[in-house]
Design a protein. Structure first.
Length: 149
């Protein structure tokens, strides 16, 4: 299996905009369209497509925020696997690749994310990867988790 994390470009933006999640998950994460609009407003965000064997299977958005904390914070802000590719283990595969990408790109010791407490599937995945609640809540009232590297 070949994994690729690719920046959003004119060539792949339409495919990324077509990604969707299951109806039950829609209250937990913004659409790729909403994420791309947010990335236009905040240059710290880097939206990417997640590919497995040349097939677009998901989307993520991450970034470094230097104004947060003592040394800034690296955020895995959005992460989704398209509904037709869920249940195949790609969430774990892509999360592994994203963590490696963030470690290499930012030389960071920690990765932050926020989660809606009711999102049990995501919570299980993140905890499996060593993310832990740090007691903080973000501006959207989501609970913040951190992974020490």
């Amino acid at each position: 299996m070949t994994i690729l994390i690719s920046e959003v470009t004119n060539e792949n933006i339409n495919d990324i905009l077509e990604l969707s999640i299951n109806e039950a998950q829609k209250s937990f994460i913004e659409t790729p369209q909403q994420c791309l609009e947010e990335a236009k407003e905040c240059s710290n965000f880097k939206p990417v497509g997640l590919y497995s064997d040349n097939s677009l299977v998901g989307f993520a958005m991450y970034g470094f925020f230097p104004e947060e904390g003592i040394n800034g914070r690296v955020w895995l802000d959005r992460f989704l696997i398209d509904s037709k590719y869920q249940g195949l283990g790609l969430g774990s595969i892509m999360l592994t690749a994203l963590i490696e990408r963030l470690k290499e790109e930012f030389m960071c010791n920690e990765i932050y994310l926020s989660i809606i407490a009711d999102n049990q599937a995501a919570l299980y995945l993140y905890q499996k990867f060593g993310f832990k609640f740090n007691g903080e809540v973000d501006s959207n009232n989501e609970m913040i988790m951190v992974k020490n590297l």
